[in-house]
Ligand binder design. Sequence first.
Ligand SMILES: Nc1ncnc2c1ncn2[C@@H]1O[C@H](COP(=O)(O)OP(=O)(O)OP(=O)(O)O)[C@@H](O)[C@H]1O
Ligand SMILES: [Mg+2]
Length: 451
Amino acid sequence: MAVILLENPQPKQREFMLLTNRYVAYGGARGGGKSWAVRAKCVIMCIEHSGLRCVIIRKTYKDLNNNHIEPLKAVLREMLQEKKVKYNAETHTFTFWNGSTIECAYCATRSDLEHFQGIEYDIIVLDEATQHTYEVFQALTACLRGREHLPKRIYLTCNPGHVGHEWVKRLFVDREFLPDEDPDDYAFVRALATDNAFNGKDYMKMLNQLSEPLRSAWRDGKWDIFVGQYFPEWDLEAISVPAFEIPEHWIVSMSIDYGLDGFAPIWYATDEKGTDYIIREYSAKDTIIKDAARLIKEIESDLGLDGRRIRRYAPPDLWNRKSDTGMSTIDIFNKFDLRFIKADNDRITGWLAVKERISDGSLKVFEGRANQLSYCMRLLQHDEVRINDVAKDPHEITHLPDSLRYFCIMRSKSAKPKTRQTSENIVSRRGAVRAPKVAVKVNVSSLKGGW
Ligand SMILES: Nc1ncnc2c1ncn2[C@@H]1O[C@H](COP(=O)(O)OP(=O)(O)OP(=O)(O)O)[C@@H](O)[C@H]1O
Ligand SMILES: [Mg+2]
């Protein structure tokens, strides 16, 4: 008779597997036995309940195959041989004799996420949840429904760091809940590398030899550091100032990132000392150029910038001509009287310019005017290969920071902003200071009799 070849859970894994809250996270150290535990949990639940629908989600198919599909095939080997469990290689789904299923699915992009729309699951496992944004978690919670007599749960495994660090930490480690979140729905088991007796000596040695802060995160499962964050210096509170009216003589600029997947303009005002204030941001997707142009004008009118000269920066690819129309994105913006300066798209120099402006205090934000940008800046990660670059994934959080990068790199190129013509300070085009054309105040009494 075929048997399921499942080993016994270790104590921490048992603790995790017995929890029945709606959202259970198993997180912390690397190699703690987390993926094993969620996989085993799915198998046991599929045996216990007929018709249970489970899904195990990883970011890529390769991760999914190595961490779950192959190990599941090993655990279910005899069952598969006797056809008590069937595996569909197209849908990556194991179907048990009682109708229960474990589907293995990947989710790396927004369009992958769309595949889950309208699908119902009883058990959702988000393995390596910190590799996903809160948006992914929220979208998956909407899939948690179906026949009422079956349990409905989301199991997450997580290591500190990555793009999902903040939302996982908030819900499961810090337990800071929003009014519509019920604390009883959330449970957390902290994993340590030492929990897993199957970690060899070499693996533990590798963890011990890691430099900080990786060691604290990966060996000890500490959440107070955010490994991989590209802009740890970004602190919205520290750089926010109450909004004020922009003096007439200040320079006003804007930068955009533009594509159908993201339209991200940011407006700035620069004072005499060269400090830039972000005065407004906007972000949307699926915005055609005509609508983007209209939105720019509406926002500028709203900001009271009508009639002011605005320096506009855009990435070089917007000058590329489309083969069908022979026109570039910039040509179309020009039609709407919006002219742009081609920004330098050297990514690493650009990110450094952003870092410099944050660190030297020359970038400020009008309170409440750049919340979306701030959210993205906190989440941006180092690229795993080009370590000095920002990861391009998840793509949706890169548009506003890219827009800021185009502005900062161009600002750092023009050493000091040319001050606008004012009655006090007029700078000629060549940079020489000319005498101001203003009425000179004359002490009339000093003229008396002198002429
Ligand atoms: N109860 C168990 N019985 C047998 N082997 C186990 C058990 N728990 C974990 N292992 C093994 O220990 C190793 C590490 O476990 P696992 O991959 O689940 O850790 P993890 O916490 O998910 O690691 P990572 O942080 O790298 O994702 C794997 O080879 C796994 O099969
Ligand atoms: Mg794992």
